[in-house]
Design a protein around this ligand. Structure first.
Ligand code: PLP
Length: 300
């Protein structure tokens, strides 16, 4: 039996956190039964995106991951990963970043980011409107609204200010939250000021008001049979159906869309978002490129 530890985010933080004397529950191969661990270098190793490490407890456990195919007339395929052709660019970038920052550098970066988390947590205690969901073990912080505002409007207000906070939808009785990822580069005092401004604006604006009819429409949708016509109706109802040539009209603010997704079941959220993604990546006649591929002539 295998037990994988997905340490994509924490894997490069927690070992340094432990060396800095912070309490870290056991999570590594030191725990009997753990057979593999994943760590994303493109997160807290600050390397270019697309560089991850998958560690196995021993070579035998890694064997099934290696792929060879000789039973055909072509050249013998041999790959170490699921991905066959892949770029060496991000790998070279990761190697350079790791060599440049180094062990002592990562220790300092971890000290910086965890000190920032402490200041954020302390600041949130003095910030009416938002409540910490749980004391953070590492560098991710979740906050919920206290009822005087909603997190979707707070996220929109933060975005208008240049801060990206990922809204997390309500789930299994838990309220919607904002997901804040801190890095060693985060200006925590600036973030606290922005949060304060965003909460004030969100309180003044009031929570996103959803049209009862639209909510009823969403609740009646069946994720298994969601088709183009149903999606068209929904996009029109939320004002996103009006793009030129059948394209999408993307809203400036996403609060209403998030609030609407929040009333949907997880299966319906997935169906709606994949249908949306499908729409987003369909070619639209005459749309898209300013100047086009034809050297600047009007593509229409
Ligand atoms: C980031 C992350 C992954 C991998 O996602 P990518 O989009 O490939 O970076 C997997 N698990 C967790 C917990 C993560 O945070």
């Amino acid at each position: 039996m295998r037990c994988h530890v997905d340490a994509c985010i924490g894997g490069w933080v927690l070992p340094y956190a432990a060396r800095l004397g912070r309490p870290v529950p056991p999570w590594t191969f030191a725990v009997p039964g753990v057979t593999s661990i994943s760590v994303d270098l493109h997160k807290y190793a600050y390397a270019p995106k697309g560089t991850s490490v998958l560690l196995h407890r021993d070579a035998g456990l890694r064997r099934p991951q290696l792929f060879a195919e000789a039973d055909w007339p072509g050249y013998t395929m041999l790959n170490t990963t699921l991905q066959s052709t892949k770029s060496g660019g991000p790998l070279a970038g990761a190697w350079a970043v790791l060599r440049t920052i180094g062990d002592a550098g990562y220790l300092e970066l971890t000290r910086t980011v965890l000190d920032g988390v402490d200041r954020l947590v302390a600041g949130l205690a003095d910030l009416p409107g938002l409540d910490l969901v749980a004391a953070p073990d590492s560098t991710l912080v979740a906050v919920a609204a206290d009822g005087s505002c909603d997190v979707f409007t707070v996220a929109d207000e933060l975005a208008a200010d240049g801060w990206l906070a990922q809204p997390q939808l309500s789930y299994a009785g838990q309220p919607p939250t904002l997901h804040l990822s801190l890095s060693a580069a985060t200006d925590v005092e600036g973030l606290l000021l922005a949060l304060r401004r965003a909460v004030d604006a969100a309180r003044a604006a009031g929570p996103v008001a959803l049209d009862d009819e639209v909510v009823g429409f969403v609740r009646a949708l069946d994720p298994a049979t969601l088709d183009d016509a149903a999606l068209d109706g929904l996009l029109a109802a939320v004002g996103m159906g009006g793009g030129a040539d059948g394209g999408l009209a993307l809203p400036e603010r996403r609060g209403e869309v998030d609030a609407l997704l929040d009333v949907a079941t997880p299966a319906l959220r997935e169906a709606l978002l994949t249908a949306f993604l499908d729409r987003l990546s369909r070619p639209v006649r005459g749309g898209g490129f300013d100047g086009g591929f034809d050297g600047g002539a009007d593509s229409r």
